[in-house]
Structure formats: C-alpha cells, structure tokens
Design a protein around this ligand. Structure first.
Ligand code: C5P
Length: 231
C-alpha cells in the first residue's frame, strides 16, 4: 500500500490576529508549517508530501524547504474552504501521480506543528485496511456546556462517547474525493466520509498534537517541541 500526505495550507488563520498567516509564523526557529512537513517527509512509509497553497500566496518559504525537496510537492490550488482546498489537492495529486485511487492519503492541518512520527505510525497501524479509513482523535475530558448568545448555559452535553477530531485523517484517494464532492460543506475529511454512511476509525492520540489557533497556542507548541525526546 502507498501512503501520501496532503497538507491544506490555504487558510489565513484570522483568529490568530496576526498579519502573517499562522502557518508562516515563526515557531522554534522555523516557519510553523515546516515542522509537520519535516515530520511527514522523514517517514519512509510516506511516499510523498504535498502542500496546497492559495494561488496568490507570496509568503511560502521555499528557501527553508530545499532539503525536503525530493519528497515535497507544492500545489497552488487552494480553494474558498478547507474542503475545497483538499479536493483540489487530491485532483492535483492524481494529475501528477497517475492512478492513485486505492492509495491512502493522510490529510494533515498545516496548523498542527507538533505531530510526532509515533502518532502517524499508530494511525497507519490501527486503521490498517479498514474501508472507511480513520483519524487521530482525543476522548473529551471536560464537561461540555451548550451556551446561548447571551453567554448563559442552555444545557450540559453528556460527554460519553465524544471525541475531539485531530489530523492526520487517512482515507483512500478515490473515496475521499467522492465524499468531498458529495459533501463540500464539511470542516474535516471524516465528516465527508460519514455522509456516505461509513464510520471512520477513531485512533487515540493526545493533546500534544494541538492545533495552533490562538496566540497562546504558539507558546504551548513551542514548549512541546522543546521538551520532546529525540525520535
Ligand atoms: O482555519 P483552520 O485552522 O480550521 O484551518 C485548518 C487547515 O485548513 C489549515 O491548515 C488551513 O490553512 C487550511 N485551509 C485551507 N483552505 C482554506 C481554509 C483553511 O487550506 N480555504
């Protein structure tokens, strides 16, 4: 089986409140996006790593990626939404690689820089050849409240069986493209697969694989990277 990684990076990350899109903010001496790309590129199990940029992106730090060049490919075909960026990326992959219908694609957020090799290996091993694919996720630990617009509790949502979805999320190329064409409104790939009536496998990850969304997340990510034991 062949595995590819696809990293949608065509978002602006407006919640960071920064001029620079968050994927390019400095983190531990490198552009944030380089961390996850480097992790995926160093894995022999991953044949190629592709990044989807906005067509008008002038900030992609090509100079800091040259050592990753043999494995790394860049597509400038980002769309209006994450789902469109991923679908466009999947089509660009097929145009470059030929028939990859049955190959696996691991879609990973550019904004999750602390991804570890161990978590990717666990995802690939636990999903195996499950037709519905699967994703990294964390069981919800906190008590969940639904709030109204005025900031008051409307109800407590039972957390039993609830998971926070992370990435990578891995699916066979043709299935994911069909699902995203069928359900383009989704905010993650697993949701698209679910609309086809399939149940992706949940693979337990941990909170170190956080998504950098707000400024404080950058400090947390920096701490995680600094305290990680060498692979
Ligand atoms: O904004 P959010 O953090 O949910 O974005 C998740 C991922 O999707 C990021 O890597 C972002 O760059 C990407 N994205 C994209 N195209 C868009 C919107 C988001 O590739 N139109």
């Amino acid at each position: 089986m062949t595995y590819y990684a696809l990293i949608p990076a065509a978002g602006t990350g407006s919640r960071m409140g920064s001029e620079l899109p968050k994927q390019y903010l400095p983190l531990a001496g490198q552009p944030l996006i380089r961390h996850a790309i480097a992790t995926l590129c160093q894995m022999p199990a991953i044949a190629r790593v592709f990044v989807v940029l906005a067509p008008d992106d002038e900030l992609w730090p090509a100079d800091s990626m040259t050592d990753l060049a043999p494995k790394l490919g860049v597509f400038r075909c980002g769309g209006e939404t994450r789902a469109l960026s991923v679908a466009n990326g999947l089509r660009a992959m097929a145009a470059e690689l030929g028939n990859i219908d049955e190959d696996w694609v691991l879609v990973h957020d550019a904004a999750r820089p602390c991804l570890s090799v161990a978590l990717v290996e666990k995802l690939i091993a636990e999903v195996g050849d499950d037709v519905a694919g699967g994703l990294l996720a964390v069981p919800v630990a906190d008590t969940l409240k639904r709030g109204n617009e005025s900031g008051y509790v409307v109800e407590t949502v039972p957390r039993d069986g609830l998971w926070q979805a992370q990435t990578p999320q891995m699916f066979r190329h043709h299935l994911l493209l069909d699902a995203l064409d069928f359900a383009p409104q989704v905010t993650d790939e697993a949701s698209a697969i679910e609309t086809l009536g399939l149940a992706p496998r949940l693979v337990a990850a941990d909170m170190t694989n956080l998504k950098v969304t707000y400024p404080l997340d950058l400090q947390l990510a920096e701490w995680i990277l600094a305290h990680r034991s060498p692979a």
